[in-house]
Ligand binder design. Structure first.
Ligand SMILES: [Zn+2]
Length: 338
């Protein structure tokens, strides 16, 4: 008998940033945890507490929205293996690239009247942090290391890495975590699902460029990947970066009065962002490739969540990954049929 299970993957939404290796001020840099956040204090001396009108509005939302439905919280725990002992990941430049601890104010069981109740719920769900087994013995993910998640497919001799995050440092930490918990394996291939920087920027944390150039480790990407990665992040890079600061409020302190969440994921890592051009482009609508024993059917989906994007189906394990075309948070989910 067939049953359908839907597992959610918190993958990232449109992320705009330069790919010249600059540490973008998102997960760290000068932006650090706010010491008053745990006490619910405003970080700015002129900051005001929510008015009675705001509190009344938030209370109304708490009464009418279906917060008694806790299924998302149960599903978010599914497959959890381990969290790392650290909360911060340092960038090579010396700044904090990632600081999950700066959001612990969200885990006190308090309702913050300065935060929309739906955003607060989403922000708590996005506190998932560590290694998760998605398909037993086949697919794992490291979550809460960046805006997107990084996925690892076990091949005959190594890992096929899907979407190596924004920053080299967070991607490297994710690879080290899975190697420590599941067993050390070499990376045999990398897949970029689409042209947004949080899905390729950390590639140098998981592969050595020399191995890509020599042909030892292929990098697979959808048709149009380079054109769109470059046009969005270089030609329009400055404008897109500025838009990101407004869109996500990444320069605000972590606080119930500042940065709470980015809805599709926690925040963007502020580390070393790079790009190794793909060596195998998926040109046709549907293409099947087998790498190190893992068969993948790629489906190009241009002009969707990104101008260059593709879904992947794994027929041997009946797993489908919709890249960022569908997400369990705002827009990816994996639909498994067993
Ligand atoms: Zn995206």
């Amino acid at each position: 008998m067939k049953t359908n299970k839907t597992l959610t993957l918190a993958l990232a939404v449109v992320l705009a940033s330069g790919f010249n290796g600059t540490a973008i001020a998102a997960g760290g840099g000068t932006v650090l945890a706010d010491p008053g956040a745990m006490e619910g204090k405003h970080f700015d001396p002129k900051g005001k507490m929510p008015s009675t009108f705001t509190i009344e509005l938030q209370n109304g939302l708490r009464r009418t929205l279906p917060f008694e439905d806790k299924r998302d919280f149960e599903e978010a725990k599914h497959g959890f293996i381990a969290a790392p002992t650290y909360r911060q990941i340092m960038a090579e430049a010396g700044n904090v690239a990632w600081d999950m601890g700066s959001y612990e104010y969200l885990l006190q069981g308090k309702d913050f009247d300065s935060v929309h109740p739906s955003l607060q719920r989403q922000a708590i769900l996005n506190m998932a942090y560590g290694l998760y087994e998605v398909v037993p013995g086949k697919i794992w993910q490291v979550r809460g290391f960046d805006l997107a998640n990084i996925s690892f497919i076990k091949s005959d001799t190594g890992w096929i890495v899907f979407d190596p995050l924004t920053a080299k440092e967070t991607a490297k930490a994710a690879l080290e975590l899975i190697n420590e918990k599941v067993g050390k394996r070499p990376v045999v291939a990398v897949v970029y699902s689409h042209s947004h920087a949080d899905h390729y920027g950390g590639v140098r944390g998981v592969v050595d460029e020399a191995d890509v150039k020599s042909g030892k480790v292929p990098i697979i990407a959808p048709v149009g990947f380079m054109k769109h990665a470059v046009s969005e992040n270089v030609y329009a890079g400055n404008a897109m970066n500025r838009r990101m600061f407004f869109q996500y409020g990444v320069l605000l302190p972590r606080s119930p009065f500042g940065h709470v969440d980015q809805s599709i994921g926690k925040n963007t890592a502020a580390g070393n962002l790079g790009l190794i051009p793909p060596t195998r482009i998926i040109e046709k609508d549907l293409e099947e490739l087998t790498i190190d024993g893992v068969t993948m059917v790629f489906q190009n989906t241009p002009g969707t969540e990104a101008p260059a994007e593709m879904n992947t189906y794994f027929p041997q394990i009946k797993a489908f990954w919709a890249a960022e075309n569908i997400t369990g948070t705002v827009t990816t989910q994996v639909i498994l049929t067993s």
